[in-house]
Design a protein around this ligand. Structure first.
Ligand SMILES: Cc1ncc(COP(=O)(O)O)c(C=O)c1O
Length: 404
């Protein structure tokens, strides 16, 4: 990973969050404070010998923007610092980070053990796309640690989880799973999208690879798609080899946006988490709701574990309304402040109804097996005033007919 940090006061004793804010691509002759956008597809060389040496990896420096770009390197350097990873690779979206990890590390005939509670498109990769290359998987329920170990076969290469999971907010024990992976010499891959490194650093608990959809909290303002893969240098080198030649690269513009966003991530995550816990507490006390979930709400089934491995609870709250599909849709229609949108992790609060949208194609029993009931609502709590957020939810609940 090239070190672009050039802040005069930088010292390795500085806290990671400060280092991440002060990490910046080398300043140009104009001495700009904020980094410029390097909108260039390729780079020039002083002479043929420099060109040869850069292609041979004997000296560092950009060659072509499918391989590297100063904005992309700055973004991934900042994120690697926060995740305490040796190295990283940025991708065009969260899903391209997930796919690039598998494509870079797995061979035909190999096997993945995965938690059943994963994001819908990741589920599609496991069930429909990876089988095209004879890569198989075994799903295990999120709290069956014996099951995770038993599912490991001779050809298993990696264990894949999300914690907290989308949308069920299941929390998995990072330390326990890392120990299982170590015992069986397989890689432990964690999608850290819901927590971000501000809340949880899976590498500290023994994860080998951390994946992000930077589209969510890392951007945090609903503007760009982006993804990232972080881990040890030798693992990232294998992933980079695949990515360089297959081209799932992030655009310099998106990396420029995301790099700047990282500088406000810590304060945003704290505000999201405080707002979300307040909303979860209010929802828990309301008679029209049940199964309210937030990792730091003390009735969450894995509350103790969340307290152990997360610094805050994050910005997502789920709950159920009585009345199933019809009531879920009506609750969304009753909302006035919330946006109805497929995204999450935005400054603006967003509501979704998984049973009628992202998980509509599954049978009710299949939805139930991953914790999605017909009345489940997922709220991404934004940075608006928490009282305005609660008043909107309250009026939307009050408008539901008593017959539900
Ligand atoms: C946990 C998780 N992983 C991956 C993704 C995919 O990210 P992207 O939409 O950036 O491809 C999402 C998107 O919602 C997600 O929630």
């Amino acid at each position: 990973m090239p070190n672009y940090n050039q802040n005069k006061n930088h010292s390795s004793a500085m806290r990671k969050a400060t280092q991440a804010i002060r990490t910046q691509a080398k300043r140009s002759e104009f001495q700009e404070h904020a980094v410029p956008l390097y909108l260039t597809s390729s780079y020039v060389f002083e002479d043929a010998e420099e060109m040869r040496a850069k292609f041979a990896n004997e000296i560092e420096g950009p060659i072509y923007s499918r391989y590297s770009n100063p904005n992309v390197s700055e973004f991934i350097d900042k994120l690697a610092l926060l995740e305490e990873a040796e190295s990283g690779w940025a991708t065009a979206s969260g899903m391209s980070a997930v796919f690039t990890t598998f494509a870079g590390l797995l061979n035909a005939g190999e096997h993945i053990v995965a938690c059943k509670s994963v994001f819908g498109s990741t589920h599609k990769l496991f069930t429909e796309i990876l089988p095209k290359w004879h890569i198989s998987h075994t799903y295990v329920p999120y709290n069956d640690y014996e099951g995770f170990e038993k599912a490991i076969q001779n050809n298993t290469k990696l264990l894949y989880i999300e914690t907290p999971s989308n949308p069920g907010l299941d929390i998995l024990d990072l330390e326990k799973l890392a120990a299982i992976c170590k015992r069986h010499e397989i890689l432990f891959v964690v999608d850290n999208c819901f927590a971000t490194p501000i809340i949880q650093q899976p590498i500290r608990f023994g994860a080998d690879i951390v994946i992000h959809s930077a589209t969510k909290y890392i951007d945090g303002q609903g503007r760009t798609l982006g993804g990232a893969i972080l881990g040890r240098s030798e693992i990232i080198a294998k992933i980079a080899e695949f990515a360089r030649h297959s081209g799932p690269c992030i655009s310099p513009f998106n990396a420029w946006v995301l790099s700047k966003s990282i500088e406000t991530l810590a304060m945003r995550m704290e505000y999201h988490s405080n707002n979300a816990l307040f909303i979860a507490q209010q929802l828990k006390n309301h008679s029209a709701t049940k199964n309210v979930k937030h990792p730091f709400l003390n009735c969450h089934p894995e509350f103790e574990l969340a307290q152990k491995q997360m610094r805050m609870g994050g910005g997502i709250v789920t709950f159920e309304v009585n009345g199933g599909l019809a009531a879920g849709k009506q609750f969304l229609d009753n909302l006035k402040l919330f946006s109805l949108s497929a995204n999450l992790g935005d400054t603006r609060s967003i509501a979704t109804h998984p049973a009628s949208t992202t998980h509509a194609k599954l049978q009710p029993e299949e939805r139930a097996s991953v914790g999605i009931s017909d009345g489940l609502i997922r709220l991404s709590i934004g940075l608006e005033d928490k009282l305005d957020i609660w008043e909107d939810i309250l009026q939307a609940l009050d408008m539901l007919p008593d017959s539900y």
